[in-house]
Structure formats: structure tokens, C-alpha cells
Design a protein around this ligand. Structure first.
Ligand SMILES: Cc1cc2nc3c(=O)[nH]c(=O)nc-3n(C[C@H](O)[C@H](O)[C@H](O)COP(=O)(O)OP(=O)(O)OC[C@H]3O[C@@H](n4cnc5c(N)ncnc54)[C@H](O)[C@@H]3O)c2cc1C
Length: 260
């Protein structure tokens, strides 16, 4: 009984928890109300089309703190990822604007549209192309942090403090409204809060280093988001389809090495 873990939900969080729990000798049971794993990483087919909304960008698929976890779960290293250079393209009247993930390129694109917005564009680019919060991310649970971990996190946060102070209470929607050019007011908001992917009241400070961390370093898995759920389910040993909805899938502790 001591090494028993019950997990509610076979989303990515439940499945990855189950995987590491098994590696650490736990007898794991995952309860899932759906008939397929993956939770929000879902897709469905209709009239010959597949609708796959989730996981445009798998944070850490290329490098960074989460990369090791994705590798251990069998998602990175076994699957092909597609890396984009632009966030989106906007067509407006006779203009086409590509929102590049590269800060220098984005600056050029925005300036070509509205030179009178130059000071705001520079402000935006400093944040967008600057250091990312992801530099402070760690796979370690905070209660296990030692002095070296705290120092490392502090060093990663230090260059971000000025952005937190400046934009602490500002959303990207409010910032975007300060632009004079009407297309820029939409385009800047669409960096995050676009049609089909609404992000209401997105904190401006969270845009720090977005191009690098969320686009160049975060790929789209070929096959779509849904594969993540199935791959994780395979890693933890849950095979859906064998289990009717609302029934538990139970796995004995894994023989694999303990996860330190
Ligand atoms: C449109 C969209 C786009 C996204 N794009 C990205 C992206 O590009 N990059 C990125 O990193 N993230 C993205 N996300 C976020 C990402 O998909 C989620 O953060 C992640 O999948 C959440 O996983 P989870 O396991 O925490 O929760 P969920 O996926 O919500 O899993 C919870 C699971 O628990 C089950 N459950 C709940 N209650 C019960 C119960 N009582 N009994 C049994 N089962 C229960 C649910 O059926 C579900 O399967 C996106 C999300 C959406 C919706």
C-alpha cells in the first residue's frame, strides 16, 4: 500500500507523473474518463479533415530544462519535429505581414509598416528578443532546490526583473493599443492572442524571450499533438482502447532504473 499511487487523468501531466512514479517503484493506477489518452492534446476527424488544436509548440523540444523529460518520455529523439520561423502571417488590405520569430527580422517588418511607431517597436523587440523566463525553468521540485539551484535561478531571473517592474500590470492587449498604426495594434496582439488561439489578458512580461523559447526552441511534432498522448501512454504502459471509458488502467512498478 505504501508505494501505491492513484492518478486522476491521463493528460500529459497524469501520464508523465505515472511514468516517473513507476520508475520509482510505485504501483500506479490512472483513472481517465475519456476513451483515449492525451487530455487537451486531442484531435478528432470530421468529414475527412483532422482537427488537431493543441501543441503548436512543444516547449523544450530542442533544448532547455524540459528537453530531458521529453526525451525520457520517448517524445523527443524518436519523432520528427517541425520548426517554424514565423508565428503567423497577417493579410490586411494590400499588405501581408509575417510575424517572424527572429527579433531582428520582426523589427524590420514592423518598422516597414510604421516608422512613427519606432519607439514602441524597439521596446517590444527588447522584450521579445531578450532573455527568456524559460532559462529559470528546472525539472527539480522546488522543495529539493539546494543553494546552487537557487543561485542559478536567481541569475536567470536577474535580467528579467526590469521587465517585471516595467510590465508587471500590463497585458499584451493594453500594450498593443498604444501603437498608432491600426494593423500594428492587431499584429502585436496576435503575437500571442490571435484568432483561433485567444489568450485574454496575457501578461506582457511573459513575452520575454518568446521568439527564441517558444518558437525556435519549441517544435511541432509531426503527426500532431495527439501523438504526444499516445507516446506518453505507451511509455507509462497504458494502452487505451483495451479499457472502456471510466475504467482504470493499472500498472505494476517498472523494472526500469529509479529516476533520481
Ligand atoms: C487549443 C490549445 C492549444 C495549445 N497549444 C499548446 C502548445 O502549443 N504548447 C504547449 O506546450 N501547450 C499547449 N496547450 C496546452 C496543453 O495542451 C496543456 O497544458 C496540457 O495538455 C495539459 O495537460 P494536463 O495533463 O495538465 O491536463 P489535461 O490535458 O486537461 O488532462 C486532464 C485529463 O484528466 C481527465 N479527467 C479530468 N477529470 C477527470 C475525472 N474526474 N475522472 C477521470 N478523468 C478525468 C480528462 O479527461 C483529461 O484527459 C494548448 C492547449 C489548447 C487547448
Amino acid at each position: 500500500m505504501e508505494n501505491t499511487m492513484l492518478i486522476v487523468g491521463a493528460g500529459i501531466a497524469g501520464l508523465s507523473t505515472g511514468y516517473y512514479a513507476r520508475l520509482n517503484g510505485f504501483d500506479v493506477t490512472i483513472f481517465e474518463s475519456n476513451s483515449v489518452p492525451g487530455g487537451l492534446c486531442a484531435a478528432w476527424s470530421r468529414k475527412g479533415y483532422t482537427f488537431d488544436l493543441s501543441m503548436h509548440m512543444l516547449t523544450g523540444s530542442k533544448s532547455g530544462a524540459f528537453n530531458r523529460m521529453w526525451r525520457e518520455l520517448g517524445i523527443v529523439g524518436t519523432r520528427e519535429f517541425c520548426y517554424h520561423t514565423a508565428l503567423s502571417t497577417i493579410e490586411w488590405k494590400d499588405r501581408t505581414l509575417s510575424l517572424s520569430a527572429d527579433a531582428a527580422q520582426l523589427r524590420k517588418e514592423l518598422l516597414s509598416l510604421s516608422a512613427e511607431d519606432a519607439p514602441l517597436i524597439e521596446e517590444l523587440i527588447k522584450l521579445y528578443g531578450g532573455p527568456s523566463m524559460m532559462n529559470a525553468a528546472s525539472l527539480k521540485a522546488p522543495e529539493l532546490y539546494n543553494l546552487a539551484d537557487l543561485l542559478k535561478m536567481g541569475v536567470a531571473f536577474l535580467p528579467l526583473i526590469k521587465f517585471f517592474r516595467k510590465y508587471g500590470a500590463t497585458t499584451i492587449q493594453e500594450f498593443a493599443q498604444r501603437f498608432r498604426h491600426p494593423l500594428l495594434r492587431d499584429a502585436v496582439r496576435f503575437l500571442i492572442d490571435g484568432p483561433g488561439w485567444p489568450m485574454y489578458r496575457y501578461p506582457m512580461a511573459a513575452l520575454a524571450g518568446f521568439g527564441e523559447a517558444a518558437v525556435f526552441g519549441a517544435g511541432t511534432p509531426v503527426g500532431g499533438g495527439l501523438v504526444l498522448g499516445w507516446v506518453c501512454a505507451g511509455a507509462v504502459g497504458v494502452f487505451f482502447g483495451c479499457y472502456p471509458a471510466r475504467r482504470a488502467a493499472r500498472m505494476a512498478p517498472s523494472e526500469a532504473l529509479r529516476y533520481e
